[in-house]
Design a binder for this molecule. Structure first.
Ligand SMILES: Cc1cn([C@H]2C[C@H](O)[C@@H](COP(=O)(O)OP(=O)(O)OP(=O)(O)O)O2)c(=O)[nH]c1=O
Length: 193
């Protein structure tokens, strides 16, 4: 069965490639999908992120139009209290997000969906991430690097943002964009690894 990653994220591509270790002939195609990423009225964070991962995978499956393909979609959100933070639209947005993360613990939710013509598998991984206190000057300097702008919650734990993380409780790879252990389990269920 052919594996397709429905993602424009270079981080997800790198993470998925890690799962090929020791798997003869492991390879996958990459395909970007374009879905509406807005939340529905009253939709819970867990339902929202799960739906988006599934929609990305299904949109990918429709695009490949290959009955023998399995398509993987994923979505990551940052949740502060009840508020869902996606990617910042502006630098001001990024500032507001990072201020709300400073000196506090938030949840990062990453959902993964693996779909084929006949099967649909899903997983949701939640990780608690604690930030140290950030000064306004540190936040401005971080935003000026450009790193926050394409990332949920306006930070990248794998980059400069990692210096503000004092504690993580859960899956590091899920925070970066693809939970490796849980994704391997989905791939195993479809005999892809
Ligand atoms: C919290 C956090 C998020 N992120 C990234 C992961 C995701 O790529 C991004 C959240 O946006 P997503 O909408 O989940 O993904 P994407 O638009 O980058 O890629 P695609 O939809 O095509 O698969 O934020 C990090 O890289 N590091 C982090 O520490």
């Amino acid at each position: 069965m052919k594996l397709v990653l429905a993602s424009a994220s270079p981080r997800r591509r790198e993470l998925l490639a890690q799962l090929g270790l020791g798997v003869a002939g492991f390879s996958f195609d990459v395909l970007a999908t374009d879905i509406d990423e807005s939340a529905r009225e009253g939709e819970l964070a867990a339902d929202f992120v799960t739906r988006l991962a599934l929609q990305k995978a299904q949109a990918g499956l429709a695009l490949v139009a290959d009955n023998s393909a399995a398509v993987l979609g994923s979505d990551t959100i940052v949740v502060v209290g009840e508020r869902v933070l996606g990617k910042p639209q502006t630098a001001q947005d990024a500032f507001t997000m990072l201020r709300s993360l400073s000196g506090a613990t938030h949840r990062v939710m990453t959902a993964v969906a693996l779909v084929s013509a006949t099967q649909m598998l899903q997983t949701l991984v939640t990780t608690d991430v604690t930030f140290t206190e950030m000064t306004d000057a540190q936040i401005h300097a971080y935003i000026a690097t450009g790193e926050p702008m394409d990332k949920a919650g306006a930070y990248g734990i794998q980059g400069l943002g990692g210096s503000f993380v004092s504690r993580i409780d859960g899956s590091y790879s899920a925070v970066v964009g693809l939970p490796l252990v849980e994704t391997r389990s989905l791939l195993q269920q479809m005999q892809l690894v």
